[in-house]
Structures are given as structure tokens and as C-alpha cells.
Design a protein around this ligand. Sequence first.
Ligand code: ZN
Length: 183
Amino acid sequence: MAVRNILRIGHPELRKKSEPVPITEIRSAEMKKLIRDMFDTMADVGGIGLAAPQVGVLKRLVIVGFDRSDRYPELKEGIERKILFNPEIEVLKAPAVGFWEGCLSVPDMRGYVERVRKIRLKYYDENETFHDKIIEGFDAVVYQHECDHLDGVLYVDRLKDPTKFGYNDELDMLEANRTKVIV
Ligand code: ZN
């Protein structure tokens, strides 16, 4: 088990654009170790997704995966464990959906963000298999949040209303602010 340090907002690496991973490197020992460490790191802090730049590696790699648990009672389902190399998102014409988003790089805080609820997602998995699929709903929000990290974008850049952002325990005082999602 190797838990890596998660960079927090303010660290300049989080604001950089990550490099694509050459297809020939997807199955390398270095990538296998990085993926293992990223899952260990995500499990350690109970996250839903993690992007490589969050652990200081500027490569276009994202992992997601979350088993439904009492920790997030508002989430009716988990998210299937996936490893995405060089993901590309095309936002489709669809209504926006709003969630209170958190981020492992912005600990103890959350903010309300609206994103389009339907995307086309293209990526290579850990076996070099190419995928091209339509994703909807909460999963689409998670992928958009994680892929933003690859371009140096954090959810705080996408707040529509700066008053809907703050520390979790302060926001919890208002019932309307309680739905919490950490991605
Ligand atoms: Zn994040």
C-alpha cells in the first residue's frame, strides 16, 4: 500500500496542463505502479475520483471508483471502477445539473457547481482498449470534474455563485447546503 501526497489548491502543479500518455506506455510498470498508488491514495481519503496531477504527476490519467456506502447516503449508486488514459470529453446538448462538489485538493470545503448532464467520453483503459461512450447524470459530472484537473482547472473556477462555497461544517448549518458530494 503506497499512499501518495495529494497536492492542495495553491500548489502550482495543480494549475498546469498534463501531458498525454503515449499508448505504448499505458501498460508500463511505471503506469501500473502509479495506478495502484492512486487507488491506495483515493481509498485512504475516501474519494470518488482522482487525477494524476493531484499526486504531482502531470500525465493525462484519471481513476474513478466508488462503492455505495453509508458515507454518502445521498448517492443511490456507486460508480464503477475505471482507469482512463487520455480521456476526452465532448459536452452534449443537455440540461445542466447542479451538485455540491468537493475535491481532495480542496479539503474540508465544497461549492455548488452546475455542469451539463450528458457527455461523450473517449478514453483508453489500462489494457490499451479504446472506449467511446455516452455518459449521463452523476457519472458525467464526476468525469467532467476529474478531466478538468488534466487542464489545470478546479471546481472553484466554475462556481456560479461565490456565496455557495465554503467550509463543510459552516455550510452544514443550513439544511439546503447539506447534500455533499466529494469527487
Ligand atoms: Zn478534484
